[in-house]
Design a protein around this ligand. Structure first.
Ligand code: NAD
Length: 498
C-alpha cells in the first residue's frame, strides 16, 4: 500500500495528519492511502501560486502554449499507464478510461491555441487620435474541485485553459481515485511548467473550505453532486469569488415511434451502462412515445443487458466494471429496492450479480425498470449506477413536458427520423446539452459544456469559449496620442462623436 502525496510548488509533499483509504473497487481491498490536506497545507499551495503569478501572467501566451504542446505529447506517451491508474481506482474499463483521457487531451489541444484565444479586440480611431482595445487578463490564483467519475478528463476541462490564460491553479481532486490525477499533474511539471503555477492538494471538505475561505483564491470551478455544487456556489459568491459549479443530472432519451430501433438500442446500452452508469451524461431514463416502441425496446434490451460482460475493468474487452465504493453499490441497490416497493416493473435485476474471483468487488449488474412513473424515486433522483428506467408517454409533447419538469437539465437526446420533431425538441427542451440520434452529446473542446436548472450554478459553461471568459477578466483600454503641437480645450459636455 502506498501513500499518495500532495504536489505543491513542483514537489511531492507527504502531508501530515489525516488520510483516507483508496480502494480497488473490483476487489474491495484498500490499495493506497491519500493525504487529506489541512488548512496549512492548502495555504502552502496558495502561497506558491501567489509567488508564481507575477512572472506567469507576464509569460507570453505563445510560451505558455509551448508547455501545453509538450504536455499533450507526454499525455499521449503515458496513455496506457494513466488508463490503468484510472481503472484500478475508479473501476471503469480500460477502453473507457482511455476514452476519457482522449477527451481530456482535446482540452489541452484547445489550450495550445492560447495566442489566438487571448487576442482580444481592437479598434483604431474610435475618436480623433483615439484607439480602443479590450484585453483578456488573468484573474490570479484560481482553484478547481473535481469529482471521482472522471479523474482525468474533468480536471483537464479546467487547468490547461486556466493556466494558458495566465492564472495559477490549485486542484483538489476526488479523494476516491486521486492517483491518475496526480500522475497527470506531474507530467505537466515535466513539460516545463514553472513551480507553483499548478499544485494539487488532496482532501475532503476541510480542504475545500480552506479554498473557499482564502481571500487569495479569486475563482472556483466545481464539478460534482448538486448539493455540494450549491454549497460551493453560495459560499464562494458570498465572498465575492467567481464561481462555476456543475452539479448532478438525470438524462432522458426520447424514443419516437419512427426511431431506428437497433441503433437506438446500441446507443442506449452504451449510454446507460457504460462506466456502470457513473457519468453525469449517462442516460438513465428512456421515454418511449407509444406502447409499441416501448414493448419493442424492452424486447431488444433484455438479452443485451443480460449479456453485458462485467468484471474488473483493468482487463481489456469488458463492457462494465464495478461501482466506485461499497457505499455507491449499497445506494444503487437501495434504489432498486425502492423501485420495486414503489411499483415499477423490474425487468432485469442486477442486485445479485457476483463476479467470479471478485466476490468482494462492488458490482451491480445492468438493471432495467419498465412502467416507471414520475413520483418514484428511481425516476426523480440521480442513481449514478447501471439502472435504466423506461417511462411510457403518449406524445412528443408529453415527453418534453416530463423532461422540462425535471429539476435537472444536463443532457438529453431524441431518437427519430423526423426532422420536424427533432427541431421542435432542440428548440423547446430545457436542457443544456442536446443530442439528435447522439446519446451522449458531450460538446467537443471548442464548444462549452454545461447543463441548465439544478445541473449548473453560475453564468458560464465549462471549457471552450466560455472557459476562456471564466478564467479571464476583460479590460477595456482607450488611448489617445494627440498630434504634436495640438491643444484640446477643456470639454464639459460628455465626450461623443456627435
Ligand atoms: P461529490 O459532490 O461527492 O464530490 C465532488 C467533489 O467535492 C470532490 O472533490 C469531493 O471531495 C468534494 N466534496 C465532497 N463532499 C464535500 C463537502 N461536504 N464539502 C465540500 N466539498 C466536498 O461528487 P462525486 O460523487 O465525486 O461525483 C459524482 C457527482 O458529480 C454526480 O452527481 C455527477 O452527476 C456529478 N458530475 C457532474 C458533472 C457535470 O459536468 N455536471 C460531471 C461529472 C460529475
Amino acid at each position: 500500500m502506498s501513500h499518495i502525496p500532495h504536489l505543491i510548488n513542483g514537489q511531492r509533499i507527504a502531508g501530515t495528519g489525516r488520510t483516507a483509504d483508496v480502494f480497488n473497487p473490483a476487489t474491495g481491498e484498500v490499495i493506497h492511502q491519500v493525504a487529506l490536506a489541512d488548512r496549512a497545507t492548502v495555504q502552502q499551495a496558495i502561497d506558491a501560486a501567489k509567488t508564481a503569478f507575477p512572472a506567469w501572467r507576464n509569460t507570453p501566451p505563445a510560451k505558455r502554449a509551448q508547455i501545453m504542446f509538450r504536455f499533450k505529447q507526454l499525455l499521449e506517451q503515458h496513455e496506457g499507464a494513466i488508463a490503468q491508474l484510472i481503472s484500478q481506482e475508479h473501476g471503469k474499463t480500460l477502453e473507457d478510461a482511455t476514452g476519457e483521457l482522449k477527451r481530456g487531451i482535446e482540452n489541452v489541444e484547445f489550450a495550445c491555441g492560447a495566442p489566438q484565444i487571448l487576442k482580444g479586440e481592437y479598434n483604431r480611431n474610435v475618436g480623433p487620435n483615439i484607439d480602443a482595445w479590450s484585453d483578456l487578463q488573468p484573474i490570479g490564483v484560481v482553484a478547481g474541485i473535481t469529482p471521482f467519475n472522471f479523474p482525468a478528463m474533468v480536471p483537464l476541462w479546467m487547468y490547461p485553459l486556466a493556466i494558458v490564460c495566465g492564472n495559477c491553479f490549485i486542484l483538489k481532486p476526488s479523494e476516491r481515485d486521486p492517483s491518475s490525477t496526480l500522475y497527470i499533474a506531474e507530467l505537466l511539471i515535466e513539460a516545463g511548467l514553472p513551480k507553483g503555477v499548478m499544485s494539487v492538494v488532496h482532501g475532503d471538505k476541510a480542504a475545500v473550505d480552506a479554498l473557499i475561505e482564502a481571500p487569495e483564491v479569486k475563482a472556483l470551478s466545481f464539478v460534482g453532486s448538486t448539493p455540494i455544487a450549491e454549497y460551493i456556489y453560495s459560499e464562494g459568491t458570498k465572498r465575492g469569488k467567481r464561481v462555476q459549479a456543475l452539479g448532478g443530472a438525470k438524462n432522458h432519451a426520447v424514443l419516437m415511434p419512427d426511431a431506428d430501433l437497433d441503433n437506438a438500442v446500441s446507443a442506449l446500452m452504451g449510454a446507460a451502462y457504460g462506466s456502470c452508469g457513473e457519468r453525469c451524461m449517462a442516460i438513465s431514463v428512456a421515454v418511449c412515445v407509444g406502447e409499441q416502441i416501448a414493448d419493442a425496446l424492452v424486447e431488444k434490451l433484455v438479452p443485451q443487458i443480460q449479456g453485458l460482460k462485467i468484471g474488473a475493468g483493468t482487463v481489456c474487452g469488458l463492457d462494465m466494471g464495478p461501482l466506485v465504493t461499497a457505499a455507491a453499490r449499497d445506494k444503487v441497490k437501495g434504489y432498486i429496492d425502492a423501485g420495486v416497493a414503489q411499483g415499477a416493473s423490474l425487468v432485469v435485476d442486477g442486485r445479485d450479480l457476483v463476479v467470479a474471483g471478485h466476490e468482494n468487488g462492488y458490482f451491480v449488474g445492468g438493471t432495467l425498470f419498465d412502467k416507471v412513473t414520475p413520483e418514484m424515486s428511481i425516476y426523480s433522483d440521480e442513481i449514478f449506477g447501471p439502472v435504466l428506467c423506461i417511462v411510457r408517454v403518449g406524445s412528443l409533447e408529453a415527453a418534453m413536458q416530463l423532461i422540462n419538469d425535471h429539476e435537472y437539465g444536463n443532457g438529453t437526446c431524441i431518437f427519430t427520423r423526423d426532422g420536424e420533431a427533432a427541431r421542435l425538441f432542440c428548440d423547446e427542451i430545457e436542457v443544456g446539452m442536446v443530442g439528435v440520434n447522439v446519446p451522449l452529446p458531450v460538446p467537443v473542446s471548442y464548444h462549452s459544456f454545461g447543463g441548465w436548472k439544478r445541473s449548473l450554478f453560475g453564468d458560464l459553461h465549462a471549457y471552450g469559449p466560455d472557459g476562456v471568459r471564466f478564467y479571464t477578466r476583460k479590460k477595456a483600454i482607450t488611448q489617445r496620442w494627440p498630434q504634436r503641437a495640438s491643444h484640446e480645450a477643456a470639454q464639459f459636455a460628455f465626450p461623443s462623436n456627435g
